[in-house]
Design a protein around this ligand. Structure first.
Ligand code: HEC
Ligand code: HEC
Length: 314
């Protein structure tokens, strides 16, 4: 009897959450916080994946999220900055997206952007700079996606509660769900395999800011004098004391996310290290060898994160 009851309970649990996502996490890493109104599901992840690679999300159909966020570069790109659809030069360097679900705030300089759902509006409809150019174009977005029967089916599977309503909010939710699967914990360092000399210097000189499992404290620090074109945190708070402060970037996969720093001004890792006050050139080779142990090749080639081989995957 007991066993039957247990089976019934187990069955009810499964039925209540049809596609509970399994987080592939090492011991000691808690799953990321997820907004209660956007539970993760396999259907949402599959939809978000298709959207992430779809240039129909830009006004002239030339630019997808993945145009600037390339998997093989840790979802950064190789440019100093990346111009938007109308040729507006980008303002800041494209950051990598490994373990982005764990960031307390998003972007280099804005602590108010706290969810991936919220962040989507910046590239999609932002005006400073214009990236994908969809400001005021939500009806067009609905029309483009809605005329595709595969998308209609995928939205219904992902959002049964609205019977698959297609709008900017559901697009943002699906993109957020997909990006939460950008999980990178298979670098050599995760297997205890990092060069000892660099690890010791890193622990002594870097880990106060580059802390925790993603090597960031998620706080804002000023390494150099602010420039007039980008006040960083000061732009948001209006406080002169915050000028030139940027969020400590995660260092996961940092060897492949260059160029580096918020403005892409460091074309080598060496230069990125030298931008820090009290940098010591004698430490550089050991530190660069240590940073190489943060490159997760399984993540950079994870087939579940790539351009979908069948775009109509249900
Ligand atoms: C034109 C290039 C470009 C496109 C297209 C683009 N991004 Fe970005 N992305 C950037 C840049 C540049 C930043 C940093 C902006 C800043 O800090 O002000 C960024 C930041 C982010 C962040 C924050 C990462 C972090 O660690 O804080 C996320 C998440 C993100 N983008 C996701 C997306 C998604 C989803 C799309 C598609 C809807 C997209 N991006 C389209 C260039 C782009
Ligand atoms: C006071 C906090 C702090 C300390 C200590 C610190 N960093 Fe940083 N680091 C930052 C911030 C903030 C940035 C981003 C600065 C910018 O873009 O202007 C950064 C950027 C970087 C970058 C570029 C990453 C990217 O994606 O562009 C690397 C690499 C780096 N740090 C490595 C190190 C190493 C190695 C050490 C130790 C020698 C170190 N940092 C010490 C705060 C710190």
């Amino acid at each position: 009897m007991k066993r039957i009851a247990a089976i019934i309970v187990a069955f009810t649990l499964i039925a209540a959450s049809p596609a509970a996502f399994h987080w592939p996490l090492p011991q000691g890493v808690a799953p990321p916080a997820i907004p209660p109104d956007n539970p993760i599901s396999d259907a949402k992840i599959a939809l978000g994946r298709r959207l992430f690679y779809d240039a129909d999300l830009s006004v002239d159909g030339t630019m997808a999220c993945a145009t600037c966020h390339e998997q093989r570069r840790g979802f950064a790109d190789g440019n100093v900055t990346h111009a938007g659809v109308h040729g507006d030069p980008g303002r800041r360097n494209v950051p990598g997206l490994a373990n982005v679900a764990w960031r307390r705030s998003l972007t280099w300089g804005d602590p108010r952007v706290t969810t991936l759902e919220q962040q989507v509006a910046i590239p999609l409809t932002g005006r400073f700079p214009v990236e994908m150019g969809m400001a005021g174009k939500e009806p067009e977005l609905r029309r483009r996606l809605g005329r595709d029967s595969c998308y209609r089916t995928m939205f219904r599977a992902a959002f049964p509660e609205t019977r698959g309503r297609i709008d900017q909010a559901s697009v943002a939710k699906a993109l957020a769900a997909f990006q939460r699967t950008f999980v990178s914990f298979s670098a050599p360092i995760d297997h205890g395999d990092a060069p000892a000399a660099g690890a010791a210097i890193f622990a002594a000189k870097c880990a106060t800011c580059h802390a925790g499992h993603d090597f960031t404290d998620d706080q804002f620090h000023r390494l150099r004098q602010a420039t007039s074109s980008d006040r960083g945190l000061g732009e948001v708070t209006g406080r002169i004391g915050d000028d030139g402060a940027f969020r400590t970037p995660s260092l996961r996969n940092v060897s492949v996310t260059g160029p580096w720093l918020h403005d892409g001004s460091a074309t080598t890792l060496d230069q990125a290290l030298m931008a820090h006050p009290n940098a010591d050139t004698a430490d550089t080779p050991a530190l660069i060898a240590f940073l190489a142990a943060l490159t997760d090749n399984a993540f950079l080639t994870n087939p579940g994160l790539s351009y979908p081989d069948s775009i109509c995957r249900l």
